[in-house]
Design a protein around this ligand. Structure first.
Ligand code: AMP
Length: 432
């Protein structure tokens, strides 16, 4: 009798560079995303989403054919209707497209927008480098003031602070604009011209087409040549120079430390003036950037729209998560404020007080149980702030606000308590 053999099936695998996010990591992802929503909304930015698939031209025209993202890393294919489409490799170009398509240019300016989305790049997968990556992106479109540059950097800085991430280094530079950049570009060519024969093939092309990107090359043949290269800052025209001075002054006022990095570039012509990156020492080499951003006053026009200034950033969630884990930071967002009424008689006041905290945007829980106050305290140890309402507080219209990290307690008039609680939470969200 013939035995039918069951065909051996090799178990299916995920695509290279495409990671599953399993339940164990979800608390980290949720904390990263919740913190992003919180800081973005604190500054009045509104969430938006764009499709994962776009016409390939959105990126070719906006990001540029000469960038690695477009020339080597984009997932491109033909759809069933014969259109050439691309999986979104970055968020700025689609958001600018949507800003016009959705008539956001007709609304109040600037449009303050943010997104939390996966991006797709056919990059070489390794630690901290994936083919599906996730970004917290933010764009302010329609305002040229350097104050908005500072604001955008401040949002990112707040996010890292809120996550308790230590050791972030902010690098900034100014690339000038269409008036002053041509002179800088020419100076770069002069610097590199004598070394053309030593340079890699890619850099020889960059020399012709896009010399700013020569400063980006990490190859052994080219990196040493960056040492004596001219600095864009020496070529800034008066308006660009004033704008950059205002950005630096604004950062100082916001107490955000920064390092001037004269070789920080974005190789695309539509990038103007401020560029910045957030680095972390634990990430090495080409992967040391946790996030990056810059002003792109020439982008809308490049995409066929009317000119409009803009600035934004993209912060990588995947790498930020790696650093948070390495730092041993707990994945959870701070516990809600706990309101503990001493007994049932204070419950009504406690519930009313909780409402006043929530009205101020503070996550709050009330302990409704009949446990003793001591028992309630035992349950509340994870909270950053505990508010106690006993018979005395109820009578006097006060509340005992306890800063759990510093073990300090004070009696505060109930009307003033929300501000006091918010202050303690703000202090607690800063890294020690
Ligand atoms: P970019 O859009 O290239 O300026 O990148 C902004 C941030 O996204 C980087 O600083 C990284 O944190 C993150 N990122 C970019 N490419 C990848 C990738 N292939 N894998 C993981 N994260 C990435």
């Amino acid at each position: 009798m013939a035995v039918t053999k069951t065909p051996v099936r090799t178990p299916l695998k995920a695509l290279r560079g495409m990671e599953d996010i399993l339940p164990a990591d979800q608390p980290y992802w949720q904390a990263l995303q919740a913190a992003a929503v919180r800081v973005a909304q604190l500054f009045g930015y509104r969430l938006m989403e764009t499709p994962v698939l776009e016409m390939v031209e959105v990126f070719q025209r906006a990001v540029g054919e000469e960038t690695d993202i477009v020339s080597k890393e984009m997932y491109i294919f033909e759809d069933r209707g014969g259109r050439t489409v691309a999986l979104r490799p970055e968020g700025t170009a689609p958001v600018v497209r949507a800003y016009f398509a959705g008539s956001l240019d007709q609304g109040p300016q600037p449009a303050r927008l943010f997104y939390l989305e996966p991006m797709y790049r056919y990059d070489r997968p390794q630690a901290g480098r994936y083919r599906q990556l996730h970004q917290f992106g933010l764009e302010a479109i329609g305002e040229a003031s350097p104050y908005i540059d500072v604001e955008v950097i401040e949002v990112a800085w707040h996010w890292y602070e809120l996550l308790g991430l230590r050791g972030i280094s902010l690098q900034i530079n100014s690339l000038g604009d269409a008036v002053c950049r041509p002179r800088f570009r020419e100076a770069l060519r002069q610097h590199y011209r004598p070394h053309l024969s030593e340079m890699c093939a890619e850099c020889r092309q960059r020399f012709e087409r896009n010399p700013l990107r020569l400063l980006d090359c990490k190859k052994e043949s080219c990196e040493p040549l960056q040492a004596g290269a001219p600095s864009s800052l020496d070529f800034l025209c008066e308006p660009c120079s004033q704008a950059f001075a205002a950005v630096k002054e604004g950062l100082r006022t916001a107490r955000i430390p920064f390092a001037l990095n004269e070789h920080l570039v974005r190789g695309l012509d539509y990038y103007t003036r401020t560029v910045f990156e957030f680095w972390h020492s634990s990430l090495s080499g080409a992967q040391n950037a946790l996030g990056a951003g810059g002003r792109y006053d020439g982008l809308a026009e490049e995409m066929g729209f009317k000119p409009v200034p803009g600035i934004g950033f993209a912060l990588g969630l995947d790498r930020t998560l790696l650093v948070l884990k390495a730092q041993g930071s707990p994945p959870v967002a701070p516990e809600p404020v706990q309101i503990l009424p001493a007994a049932a008689e204070q419950l009504r006041t406690a519930v009313q007080f909780a409402r006043s905290l929530r009205a101020g945007g503070i996550a709050t829980q009330v302990d409704y149980s009949q446990r003793s106050l001591k028992g309630k305290m035992r349950q509340a140890t994870q909270a950053l702030v505990v508010c106690l309402i006993g018979p005395d507080e109820e009578r006097e219209g006060t509340v005992k606000v306890r800063d759990m990290r510093r073990s300090v307690e004070e009696s505060v008039p109930r009307a003033e308590a929300p501000a006091r609680v918010a202050h303690i939470l703000a202090l607690a969200s800063r890294p020690a």
